[in-house]
Design a protein around this ligand. Structure first.
Ligand code: PEP
Length: 250
């Protein structure tokens, strides 16, 4: 049985005060009996605050990115060991905004995935196609290429300690959501791609959907057999929205 995971990607949002209120609200509203796992990924500078506010709760926290390097002369970067030092459980790797706005290619994403696992951070590996790629019927080709870059470098066994997020780029922050069937089809494809290497790994891995998931559409998406939770952007910044999604995953 795969345990659902709902992870909030706050992106570059939130003051200390706003974030403290958001963390308190989520912590207060989460039932301790929740079967779904919940995590938040604040901007780097707010991770110590998350660690302070969420300590002792069932809610995990993580980074939105990490350097491929452990330490050294990499101005502006934050490493896996630093995230680990602040109690992070997860780190998002290869988010489409990193791929498109910061030029992260499959090779770099695979390096970051490995850097995360080296320090026992669980990478949330994001994959997904652009609108142009979907319209050209290249969704599976693109997703397969993104997955294979990691499988080739780190092996199928590395997916025992990883999460995948399918995030169609055209649905991120746009208000457009993949239909439950569209999402399910790609989730099933991802699982079968992994199963061609190792069926047990494929059965156990959690595949999250991300792309304008909100309280009003979460239930239907999460009811799909291969959707094991959500990576939530905009809706993770509002306590009630986020909690409703967490409950739908429960
Ligand atoms: C995301 O950034 O991972 C995301 C899914 O964003 P949104 O929910 O805002 O579409």
């Amino acid at each position: 049985m795969r345990r659902s995971l709902v992870a909030g990607n706050w992106k570059m949002n939130g003051s200390r005060t706003e974030s403290a209120a958001l963390l308190q609200g989520v912590k207060k509203g989460m039932s301790s009996a929740s079967k779904a796992e919940v995590a938040v990924c604040p901007p780097y500078v707010l991770i110590p605050l998350a660690a302070e506010k969420l300590a002792g709760s069932a809610i995990a926290w993580g980074g939105q990115n990490l350097s491929a390097h452990k330490s050294g002369a990499y101005t502006g970067e934050v490493s896996g060991p630093m995230l680990k030092d602040y109690g992070c459980t997860y780190v998002i790797v290869g988010h489409s905004e990193r791929r498109t706005l910061y030029g992260e290619n499959d090779a770099l994403v695979a390096e970051k995935y490995g850097a995360a696992q080296t320090v026992n951070l669980i990478p949330i590996l994001c994959v997904g196609e652009t609108l142009q790629e979907r319209e050209a019927n290249q969704t599976e080709t693109v997703v397969a290429r993104q997955l294979d870059a990691v499988i080739d470098k780190h092996g199928i066994g590395s997916f025992r300690n990883a999460v995948i997020a399918y995030e169609p780029v055209w649905a991120i922050g746009t208000g457009k959501t993949a239909t439950p069937q569209q999402a399910q089809d790609v989730h099933r494809f991802i699982r079968s791609r992994l199963a061609s290497h190792d069926e047990v790994v494929a059965d156990n891995i959690r595949i999250l959907y991300g792309g304008s998931m909100k309280s009003s559409n979460a239930k239907e998406l999460l009811a799909q057999p291969d959707i094991d939770g959500g990576l939530i952007g905009g809706a993770s910044l509002q306590v009630e929205e986020f909690l409703t999604i967490c409950r739908a995953a429960d």
